[in-house]
Design a protein around this ligand. Structure first.
Ligand SMILES: [Zn+2]
Ligand SMILES: [Zn+2]
Length: 116
């Protein structure tokens, strides 16, 4: 009886407050009133983790803040002519991306920065 009552009021889709897509995800998953779809909830969780320092030791592959932070460090090191720091940042980026070609392309971009 109780179960039936709980399901008698259907979760109405609401507009996700980050992307605007209609979603029932947060209500269905116990985050009533949060108004977030699953991808936006995951993104927000990742972002919270980043700013709580959870990515400090192990930068996260799908965290745009981690990637941006390493890119900024690499750029700053390049402009300062500090190749040790540049190399370190590039190695972290290569690890995050898991892609040597992407790191190589970014290195080329950095070299352009130095010349420009
Ligand atoms: Zn969303
Ligand atoms: Zn992060």
């Amino acid at each position: 009886m109780r179960t039936k009552q709980n399901f008698s009021r259907r979760n109405q889709p609401v507009a996700c407050r980050m992307c605007g897509k209609l979603t029932t995800w947060s209500d269905v998953n116990g985050f009533v009133g949060l108004a977030l779809c699953k991808p936006c909830f995951d993104a927000a969780t990742l972002e919270n983790g980043h700013f709580d320092g959870a990515h400090e030791v192990y930068p996260q592959r799908d965290c745009p803040h981690c990637i941006e932070k390493q890119k900024q460090q690499a750029r700053a090191a390049t402009l300062a002519g500090d190749y040790e720091r540049q190399g370190a940042a590039l190695r972290v980026l290569e690890q995050i991306w898991g892609d040597h070609a992407a790191a190589q392309a970014f290195y080329t971009e950095l070299e352009g920065l130095r010349r420009g």
